[in-house]
Write a protein that binds this ligand. Sequence first.
Ligand SMILES: CC(C)(COP(=O)(O)OP(=O)(O)OC[C@H]1O[C@@H](n2cnc3c(N)ncnc32)[C@H](O)[C@@H]1OP(=O)(O)O)[C@@H](O)C(=O)NCCC(=O)NCCS
Length: 192
Amino acid sequence: MSITIRPAGEQDIPAILTMVNRFAAQNVMLPRTEASVQQTLSDWLVATDAGDVVAGCGSLVPLTDTLVEIRSLATHEDYQGQGIGGLLVQALIDMAREQEYEQVCALTLRTSFFERLGFTVVDRWSISPKVWQACIYCPKFHRCDEVAVLMPLVEKPAKLETKPPAWNGLLRWDSWQPLKLAYQQRPDHHEE
Ligand SMILES: CC(C)(COP(=O)(O)OP(=O)(O)OC[C@H]1O[C@@H](n2cnc3c(N)ncnc32)[C@H](O)[C@@H]1OP(=O)(O)O)[C@@H](O)C(=O)NCCC(=O)NCCS
């Protein structure tokens, strides 16, 4: 099958939204609004087939000056298992490198998929707290089962942090402790 990975255009937005929000309805990713895709369109890639039908998509979301997240990665059900997801991740990594990010991360239920592509599973609390900003919109906020995966893009990331530093006043790690505690104290939660 001939697949092209290219920057998303306005004409791709309906297909992106339909696909992402269908998966969101299955609780495997966060929903996206038309406005949010529109506003961030230059951060999106799509995979298209020979007829320019959108078979997959993915976006980069900057979290800090050095860390970027792969978000809304999706391959249409009719096209899965053919390497498109892998191509999209690789192209998003290349895009992150070109933009001089030092690390790329993702929150995922497909840990082995990302590991096969060179990511490492990390403590979900060890990467930037900003990664959790979108979580308040997630229906699984109180029962998060996503795993954080990370890939360094430079040999020695200047700010590779195993522990969040003192962020600014609003994003201090301490201020996230209640969230962490609430998570850990869920009766059905078992620390992995
Ligand atoms: C996760 C997702 C994006 C993967 O997309 P995909 O196009 O199926 O990805 P690939 O085809 O590259 O890889 C999928 C599997 O097929 C295998 N595969 C890749 N190319 C293949 C080929 N030519 N023949 C057979 N198998 C192949 C891969 O090894 C991979 O296996 P793994 O998941 O055990 O690692 C897709 O399943 C999806 O959209 N899921 C719903 C949304 C979601 O969960 N998104 C992730 C949010 S982080």
